[in-house]
Design a protein around this ligand. Structure first.
Ligand SMILES: [Zn+2]
Ligand SMILES: [Zn+2]
Length: 212
């Protein structure tokens, strides 16, 4: 069985998640934005074997610690979609833009496409391309856990910003209604910031996408 633990990192309190196989303890980290020492202390405390980095998108609060973590532990970088190449290239400048220490750019080991899967010790998660907040944003869905890791696409009671370069509001709404809602009302999502919610609850109450 898969398990997960979410740990807010960086001054933006970004929800970095550790996802692991309960039998083998093989682990992926989703969106290591920073605070790597705290993250690795959590990995050690739980006795986990960190093997992969998965990225939803390349904003610095989500991807800022990627290059250093990959180098320190020799980990593959999986995702995001190629549409976020320009955000990856801009990681050093994003530091100044958002008031973070400078972050290094990197080259993903594997870019992700809509319909791809990622695997951890035989457990499979589905990848959906959900552009709008950034053009290369992806989400990870585990039918086994009934959980989706959605980055900055959707929040409890809100949606992602679309006022960044290549942000697109209509595209974001389409990503949410056509790619997230089919994952099921019962599915609980872990957003990039703030508390978890379910797609069913957001469909009913979220002022930006309620009633869709
Ligand atoms: Zn973002
Ligand atoms: Zn974010």
């Amino acid at each position: 069985m898969l398990q997960y633990h979410t740990l807010p990192v960086t001054p933006f309190q970004q929800n970095c998640s550790l996802v692991w196989c309960g039998e083998t303890l093989k682990t992926a980290v989703i969106d290591p934005g920073g605070d790597l020492d705290r993250l690795l202390a959590e990995v050690a405390r739980r006795g986990l074997a960190l093997e992969q980095i998965w990225l939803t998108h390349a904003h610095i609060d989500h991807a800022g610690g990627t290059a250093e973590l990959a180098r320190r532990l020799g980990l593959p970088i999986v995702g995001p979609h190629r549409g976020d190449q320009f955000w990856i290239d801009a990681l050093p400048q994003q530091g100044a833009m958002f008031g973070f220490p400078p972050a290094e750019a990197f080259t993903p080991t594997r870019w992700l496409e809509d319909g791809d899967t990622v695997a951890l010790a035989g457990h499979t998660l589905q990848v959906r391309h959900c552009p709008g907040h950034t053009p290369g944003h992806v989400v990870f869905f585990s039918p086994e856990l009934q959980r989706a890791f959605v980055g900055d696409v959707l929040f409890a009671g809100s949606i992602g910003r679309t006022d960044f370069p290549q942000g697109n509001h209509d595209q974001l709404i389409a990503s949410i209604t056509q790619r997230l809602w089919p994952m099921g009302d019962e599915t609980v999502f872990i957003p990039g910031h703030g508390p978890e919610s379910s797609f069913g609850r957001e469909r009913k109450t979220n002022p930006y996408v309620g009633g869709t």
